[in-house]
Write a protein that binds this ligand. Structure first.
Ligand code: NAD
Ligand code: ZN
Length: 250
């Protein structure tokens, strides 16, 4: 494993413009379960599709019940060594952007400026109105729901479609983040995928796009991924310790 960490350190040293791509695995060391590992969210909840959220009040209530549940971990989570190593690459000017599938806001919490974090699946730390786009703070929504399962309504337009600012299965991908992720991917000479099983599309298309465009591709994940065959380096290790060592974090 240490030879692979050395190899990752070399790839980072040789790169001029790195794009970091992260999945749920980068946040497990912060206490947030990932999707597909044993005990992960997947094994407990079936996903609620976007159409169901729109057509059923009961699906909306179930969505907010789950939000209360997942918030017990997300709202108290803090960035870990992996997030900090990634933040160091950004602050040193090595990494131009972080493309993330995560919705927990921990890259921003680790000190990375908002404009360097491209969120493909949105953000669960606030909510927005699906009709008019008005932002709503969870602090206003959660107490009435927790007390009497009262569904939020938009304070700007009265819509009953107020949802955490995340992208559900079956919901259209957000246009601007998708375009920016593509631009960053095509400008990178090293693309590092970290803590993702690389099975959720279109997000998992970016590592392949980078490779086909001539960038080097490194994959850091504790287990094999679907895209290992494309990679110049596959590092099967725990993220915090290995990335911390490769980046030279004290
Ligand atoms: P995933 O669960 O499919 O894959 C995570 C991968 O990380 C797994 O292969 C696992 O073996 C690996 N991993 C977990 N902890 C690790 C560690 N400490 N060191 C090394 N490897 C580790 O997650 P995904 O690929 O991101 O895709 C699932 C979807 O889940 C995404 O769309 C994302 O939006 C959502 N999600 C987000 C969060 C979050 O925001 N923290 C949490 C759960 C799910
Ligand atoms: Zn509205």
């Amino acid at each position: 494993m240490s030879a692979d960490v050395d190899r990752l350190r070399d790839l980072i040293a040789e790169a001029r413009r790195i794009v970091i791509f992260t999945g749920a695995g980068v946040s497990t060391e912060s206490g947030i379960p990932d999707f597909r590992s044993p005990g992960g969210i997947w094994t407990r909840f079936k996903p609620i599709y976007f159409d169901d959220f729109m057509s059923s009040r009961e699906a909306r209530r179930e969505t907010w019940r789950r939000k209360l549940e997942t918030d017990k971990t997300i709202s108290v989570a803090a960035p870990n060594r992996g997030h900090k190593a990634i933040a160091a690459l950004v602050s040193r000017g090595k990494a131009s952007a972080i493309i993330t599938q995560n919705i927990d806001g921990l890259h921003q919490a680790s000190g990375v400026p908002d404009d360097k974090v491209i969120e493909l699946h949105g953000n669960s730390t606030y909510a927005s109105c699906l009709d008019c786009g008005e932002r709503h703070e969870l602090a206003e929504i959660i107490p009435p729901f927790a007390e009497a399962e009262r569904l939020p309504e938009c304070k700007a337009c009265g819509s009953e479609y107020v949802k955490t600012a995340t992208i559900s299965f079956g919901q259209q991908m957000p246009e601007t983040p998708m375009r920016r992720a593509q631009e960053e991917t095509l400008a990178a000479d090293l693309f590092i995928a970290i803590g993702s099983s690389l099975v959720v599309y279109p997000a998992a298309g970016f590592p392949v796009m980078a490779k086909q465009n001539g960038a080097r591709l490194a994959i850091l994940n504790r287990e094999a991924t679907d895209l290992d065959r494309y990679a110049d380096l596959v590092l099967n290790a725990e993220i915090g310790p290995s990335l911390g060592a490769a980046v030279g974090l004290n």
